[in-house]
Design a protein around this ligand. Structure first.
Ligand code: 9D3
Length: 243
């Protein structure tokens, strides 16, 4: 069981997005629990203030220490002792499949989603075991990052996927782009399904799929190939891919 608590000013977003598909079923099956903790509920003042103007001036608002700190402490009480606190922010290191594998093995995890210009830096200093980002683009807050991370972790929990899918997940597939897929009908607007897929030679199909995966990865994401070694067979398939 993986226990996830999200500290967020918008807890409804988290609940709405995790109730469907693989994630929804995993929650039903008791493989993962997803809860939220709202700093607004812990704001010490009558107006339930969660943000304030930045020292030094400038645009936007900053998340205040006191309400976020109180929400983090409350979330920590509800989690197993060995649950790291992960802040979601554009300053974080990049979340990837190896981070997903690492975090999915934990008993619990706290995700702290920012809003506005970000957190009072002393929250990060006091509480963050790690800071994660989804990549170099601007979102309005950390909630969608939290949902993306929960989805990626949940898929890795034993029993969350069908057996067939989980086997495929463990193979080459995570360091190469996927091959093209086709289903009926055989011809659409004159576009035919590649012949090899219709002939039923499973060894040839496997080689073709691997070749497509290698070729597309070289074309679209050469960075992925740089950190992956190629076998002699793979090098040959890539040479024959052309283009
Ligand atoms: C336009 C505001 N930016 C000024 C340079 C800074 C900024 C502050 C807060 C940019 C984004 C955000 C809110 N983003 C997140 O909380 C966030 C995020 C993201 O924006 N991109 C990728 N991953 C993540 S994880 C959390």
């Amino acid at each position: 069981m993986l226990d996830v608590r999200v500290v967020t000013l918008f807890p409804e977003i988290i609940g709405a997005a995790t109730g469907y598909g693989v994630c929804g079923r995993a929650i039903e099956r008791g493989l993962v629990r997803v809860g939220a903790c709202n700093p607004r509920d812990y704001a010490p003042d009558a107006h339930q203030t969660v943000d304030d103007r930045p020292y030094g001036g400038g645009p936007g608002m900053v998340l205040k220490y006191a309400p976020v700190s109180a929400a983090i402490e409350a979330a920590r009480e509800a989690l197993p002792a060995a649950s790291p606190i992960v802040f979601l922010s554009p300053q974080g290191s990049r979340f990837d499949q190896s981070a997903a594998r690492r975090l999915s093995r934990l008993p619990g995890l706290m995700l702290v989603a920012g809003r506005y210009e970000g957190f009072d830096e002393r929250l990060v200093e006091e509480y963050a075991d790690e800071e994660l980002s989804l990549g170099d683009f601007v979102m309005s807050g950390g909630e969608i990052a939290a949902i993306a991370i929960i989805d990626a972790l949940t898929r890795l929990l034993p029993g969350a996927l069908g057996h067939q899918q989980s086997a495929a997940e463990d193979s080459f597939s995570d360091s190469l782009l996927d091959c093209p897929h086709y289903t009926r009908p055989e011809i659409i607007e004159g576009r035919r399904v590649p012949k090899v897929l219709l002939e039923g030679n499973h060894e040839e199909i496997r080689r073709w799929r691997l070749q497509q995966a290698l070729g597309r990865t070289r074309e679209r994401r050469p960075d992925l190939l740089k950190s992956r070694s190629l076998s002699e067979t793979e090098r040959q398939l890539l040479d024959e891919y052309g283009q």
